[in-house]
Design a protein around this ligand. Structure first.
Ligand code: BTN
Length: 242
């Protein structure tokens, strides 16, 4: 079927563009891509460094019709879609750091920002925008992010970012058709960077030690602490390996 795709040379944020299209009635799968973003946005109010010709900056309108309690599945599925696509175009084995950052060689190469558009009041996720930013070649990261941020390739002028974007989109649309059955969660767990490992999580401004033992069917991270087993919900806590 025909899916509308908008490609900008430069835009503020593809998520903002896609949200505007979604509000105007854009169909499931509608996509916005940009060569460069001037106001690229990340989670928790952060910005996302999106310099010209260095990455894939894309946003996809999804109309998943999913119970709100399952909303986190969208974002976890998006990270699986990126991991699959990255694996197909490189010889890397990407890892997913809960909840949805994709790492290669211990550096974050992809961030995902999923934003609600409509339906949440009714208890059903009618429409969301999934924004995906993949650092493909090394743009020379600013000092404040270069400890964490990496790129899929150092330099690869011959590499087709369009192909990578198309693979991500195809995987995401395929996965989004089967979210409620959660079958992709096993793949998500296998690709996890944290499971079975010692981690730290931030609680009341203090970093606490734990071991990550599972991701439950709601996308929560099950951890073992000195005080016992508990589950962290996505979006509420920062977690890092130790
Ligand atoms: C994060 O790591 O905090 C999430 C980053 C999400 C970045 C992507 S790039 C395409 C889309 N447009 C945006 O403004 N943000 C997302």
């Amino acid at each position: 079927c025909d899916i509308p795709i908008t490609i900008h040379k430069v835009t503020g944020s593809t998520n903002e563009d896609a949200k505007a299209l979604a509000v105007a009635g854009a169909v499931h799968g509608t996509m916005v891509l940009a060569e460069e973003q001037t106001q690229g946005r990340g989670r928790l109010g952060r910005s996302f460094y999106s310099p010209k010709s260095s990455g894939v900056y894309m946003s996809v309108v999804l109309r998943p019709n999913l119970a709100i309690t399952d909303a986190v599945l969208i974002t976890t599925a998006a990270s699986v879609a990126v991991a699959r696509a990255v694996e197909e175009v490189s010889d890397q084995t990407p890892e997913i750091k809960w909840v949805n950052d994709v790492f290669v060689q211990k550096k974050k190469i992809c961030g995902i920002l999923t934003e609600a558009v409509s339906g949440f009041e009714s208890g059903v996720v009618e429409c969301v925008v999934v924004g995906i930013g993949i650092n493909v070649v090394d743009p020379g990261f600013p000092d404040e992010i270069k400890q964490v941020a990496g790129s899929l390739f150092g330099q690869r002028p011959d590499f087709s970012r369009n192909r990578l974007a198309a693979l991500v989109a195809n995987h995401l649309l395929e996965l989004s058709a089967a979210l409620p059955d959660r079958s992709f969660l096993d793949e998500y767990r296998k690709r996890s960077m944290l499971l079975g490992k010692p981690i730290r999580f931030l609680e009341n401004n203090v970093w606490c030690d734990a071991v990550a033992v599972d991701v439950d069917n709601s996308g929560g991270l099950v951890i073992e602490t000195a005080a016992g087993r508990r589950t962290l919900s996505s979006g509420e806590v920062s977690v890092r390996p130790r």
